[in-house]
Design a protein around this ligand. Structure first.
Ligand SMILES: [Zn+2]
Length: 162
């Protein structure tokens, strides 16, 4: 569903919202991680869309620990991955997967830079504690949690910039 929605033109944030709306647990929730967030994030959608596991490839060495003494992981450039194609049954068509990869490249270049606003990172929602986001067409700020996850998360708490 995630791949189909992306190919239909939805962005990763919109897909994350839809996953929330349909009540799907996040990968971290499924894995039972203690710090699992309550909502899907665009970044996890993006990781899924880029994961070659879904086309049946076995990919190893996408990240490695920095050194014997430093256990922090760092990502390895794609050309250095160990890829065994068609190692298992795919759940995503290779042509869909490749269409998503090229679409992602073309979409990422034309993203406009976010304009800085006076109170960005200075004002927070009194109800949920999320920072308020500047919304161009409203000429003011709304709760970031409401902006991202809708009315189930918080209410707008709109404040005019003036
Ligand atoms: Zn709020």
């Amino acid at each position: 569903m995630i791949f189909q929605l992306y190919l239909q033109g939805r962005g990763v944030e919109a897909i994350a919202k839809q996953m929330d709306a349909l009540g799907f647990p996040t990968p971290a929730q499924v894995a039972g991680k203690r710090n699992a967030g309550f909502y899907w994030q665009g970044s996890s959608i993006k990781l899924i869309l880029q994961n070659p596991h879904y086309v049946g490839d076995l990919v190893q060495g996408r990240s490695h620990t920095k050194s014997v003494t430093n256990k922090a992981r760092e990502t390895v450039p794609e050309e250095d991955w160990v890829v065994i194609s068609d190692a298992h049954e795919p759940i995503i068509l290779r042509e869909d997967f490749e269409a998503v990869q090229s679409l992602m490249k073309s979409r990422s270049v034309k993203r406009p830079k976010m304009k800085k606003h006076l109170f960005t990172n200075y004002v927070y929602c009194a109800d949920c504690g999320t920072s308020l986001w500047y919304i161009q067409f409203r000429k003011g700020y709304v709760c970031g949690s409401f902006k991202k996850h809708g009315a189930t998360a918080c209410s707008s708490h709109a404040i005019k910039e003036e």
